[in-house]
Design a protein. Structure first.
Length: 410
């Protein structure tokens, strides 16, 4: 970019910028790593790995700005109730209490024993398309696996699962209310009300009829005499449902897409499926960064690259940009399933490090190990559109044609 060219100001609603989001982030990393945007009256945007890593670990980083209310656009509706109870949007001591109670439930149920169940789910999805030699990989694999796993983990009946997920895209508007117009806020309220009604009924049912599932474990979770409030329980279940499904779907789709685009990487994975799958999943998570942007507020001024960010002002941090920063990763836009020192930021950091990271990794490891054992090769056969959303931008379609291995490995 020449000196006389103006650096574009990031606009989360600009289709041109969203269509080339990696390019958008690259230009900002190179020419405006700290940018002040007019979003919501003024928001700071960071795009470099080292800056974001430092601030994610800042002990004084807060989700809510001192003296202000970022959830104000949601006031007076069902989305506000969910917003107030979401662990990820709270600061200590509320965040600490909710997270500890959620961890009690997750520890009780555990994820280590889920490998066999996940393997069954993946094999059933692959069996269903094997005779055709092709599939729509988002809806028939990347969608199916996390849907069945997390809903089974939570004990949500199969008949209810699809309608729950129909509300997910509008629910995600809750994480950055200021990025939505009036229509978007209204859609968020509608989705949240649907979830409140449904999860509220399931809570009442499980209180009366406990089961061996995570839902019951959350209801029963208690530490030092404290339990989740009704709204916190709804919000926590919703976080696990949407976080355990949508972001994993994005990672699985991205992994399949990049392996198809780089067949030599798939050949390497096939040479040692069990040995290379964990590192491959780490790389797919880095490359896709399913939660593309997070945000914080700081109780002190922040100085970066000669720019002062005043205390209390909102700071957006692009995890996707950080994980594609050439200053941190060699050839970051390419997949390397054996990439050394692949310590990315896709799961966030410090006290907000993703609670479901172990489950997401396990689902990815099993899926790609089974694909590598059962497929000889595969290719993308049509368009691969993405959601027009800079924060959750997963693919909405991924048509694939595959060749089954002559002698599939067990």
């Amino acid at each position: 970019m020449s000196a006389d060219m103006k650096v574009p100001v990031f606009d989360p609603n600009d289709p041109v910028q969203l269509d080339d989001l990696l390019g958008t982030w690259r230009r900002l990393r190179d020419h405006a790593p700290v940018q002040h945007t007019p979003i919501a009256g003024g928001t700071w945007l960071l795009t470099r790995f080292d800056d974001i890593k430092r601030l994610l670990r800042d002990a004084e980083a807060q989700m809510k700005p001192p003296g202000l209310d970022p959830g104000a656009p949601l006031a007076g509706g069902p989305a506000e109730r969910i917003y107030r109870g979401l662990m990820v949007l709270n600061d200590p001591p509320v965040h600490t209490r909710i997270r500890r109670l959620a961890e009690v439930a997750l520890t009780k149920k555990g994820v280590s024993g889920l490998r066999e169940r996940i393997t069954t789910v993946v094999d059933e999805a692959l069996d269903a398309v094997e005779s055709r030699g092709e599939l729509e990989a988002v809806t028939e694999l990347a969608f199916v696996v996390p849907l069945r796993v997390i809903c089974g983990f939570l004990g949500i009946p199969p008949a209810d699962r699809m309608r729950l997920l129909e509300w997910t895209p509008d629910f995600f508007r809750i994480f950055i209310p200021a990025a939505n117009d009036a229509e978007g806020i209204a859609a968020c309220h509608r989705a949240c009300q649907h979830y409140i009604d449904y999860i509220g009924e399931l809570i009442a049912y499980r209180r009366a009829r406990p089961a061996d599932d995570l839902f019951t474990a959350l209801i029963q979770a208690e530490e030092v005499g404290q339990r989740l409030s009704p709204d916190e329980l709804v919000a926590t279940v919703l976080s696990l449902l949407t976080g355990g499904f949508d972001t994993t779907m994005g990672m699985l789709s991205a992994g399949l897409y990049t392996l198809a685009e780089q067949p030599e990487q798939f050949a390497r994975l096939r040479s040692d499926p069990a040995g290379l799958a964990p590192a491959a999943v780490q790389e797919f998570i880095r490359w896709e960064s399913p939660v593309g942007v997070t945000f914080r507020h700081f109780t002190h001024d922040v100085e970066l690259h000669g720019v002062r960010i005043p205390a209390g002002e909102p700071v957006w941090m692009s995890l996707l940009s950080a994980n594609h920063d050439e200053r941190r990763f060699s050839d970051p836009d390419r997949i390397d399933i054996e990439r050394p020192d692949n310590r990315h930021l896709a799961f966030g950091g410090a006290r907000h490090f993703c609670l479901g990271n172990n489950l997401a990794r396990l689902e990815g490891e099993v899926t790609f190990e089974r694909v590598a054992r059962r497929w000889q090769s595969f290719e993308v056969t049509g368009p691969t559109p993405r959601r027009p959303n800079f924060q959750f931008r997963s693919m909405s379609a991924l048509p694939i044609r595959f060749e089954t291995a002559a002698s599939p490995r067990p």
